[in-house]
Structures are given as structure tokens and as C-alpha cells.
Design a protein around this ligand. Sequence first.
Ligand code: GAR
Length: 184
Amino acid sequence: MAKKIAVFASGNGSNFQVIAEQFPVAFVFADHRDAYVLERAKNLGVKSYAFELKEFDCKEDYEAAIIDLLSKHAIDLVVLAGYMKIVGPTLLSAYEGRIINIHPAYLPEFPGAHGIEDAWQAGVDQSGVTIHWVDSGVDTGQVIKQVRVPRLADDTIETFEARIHENEYQLYPQVLESLGVGRK
Ligand code: GAR
């Protein structure tokens, strides 16, 4: 049986777009009702759901609503792609070992919400992209695959960032395929 994936994103959704062009995506979930990823999903004909943590009494209830969606669609693998929330114990205990994340740095270097900016500010001559299993820490789970991305002498933060994203767009499809997710 083909592995069913759901993609979670918080904003732009360019990684979602690359994935959805190559793999069947059962649905996309956005934790902001105005996230641009929802527009992308509509254009690609991918089902989407959006609701916000602040609409619930607590994170446990919010994540219980997410679990309902995942079980309703019989999702095998949760693909975080710019989902800027920490996965809490409710979702993690239900799906541990079935959630992966992409991070725009070479972990354990520059974890957190600003991996590209932090590497740039630190003046590194190389950073990278990492895809890892999600555990209870912040960007601490077991690495599945990572690549180095150089910072070139004439880079601006914009050209450096664009190179990181280009590498993300290559790496996520490779990893999904290696995990047994069938292409379209
Ligand atoms: C990506 O660069 C992803 O690696 C990063 O957010 C961006 C989302 O872009 N994720 C993190 O920083 C997680 N800590 P996108 O919405 O255009 O795919």
C-alpha cells in the first residue's frame, strides 16, 4: 500500500508546492488561516485544513483536532515543511516515528526558527539543509539526510537563502522517495 502523507506548513509553502508537484498529498494543514500555502493548495487541487492554536482552550485540544484529521485520512507520514510550531506531547505520542521535518541548516548547527539568518550572522562559509525525525526537542531528532550548502564570497543574505531553499527542494523529494512514498 502506498504511504499516505500530509504536509504541515505555517506560511509560504514553497516546500509544500515542490512536494505536491511530485507526490500525492492527502491534505495540507496550516496553523494560520491566512497562510499562503492554502492558496498554493487550492491551485494544485490539494485538500487543505486550517485552524489556529488560539481557537482552542489548550495545545492538547488543538493537537487532538490535528490527530482527528490524521486518523480520518489514514495518514502514514506527517511531513513538516515550514511548520513553525513545536510538536507537543499529544501529537508526538500519537505519531512518534511518523513525523519528519526539514530544517534550513546543518543540524546540530543553528537549530530554531531562524536557521538561515543565524548561520549568515555567524559568518559561516557553509551551512546546509537537514531532514530529521521529530522528537520532543527543538530540531534534535535523528537525522535522515543532510547536505552542505556553501556561502559564496559575493553572497547577499538573499542569494544565500535562495541557495538553501534550492537545496531543500532537491532534498525533500529524495528523502520522501527513500522512505517509500510513491511519486505521482
Ligand atoms: C523552510 O526554509 C524550512 O526549512 C523552514 O521554514 C521554511 C519554510 O519555507 N523551517 C524552519 O525553519 C523550521 N525550524 P516554505 O514555507 O516556503 O516551505
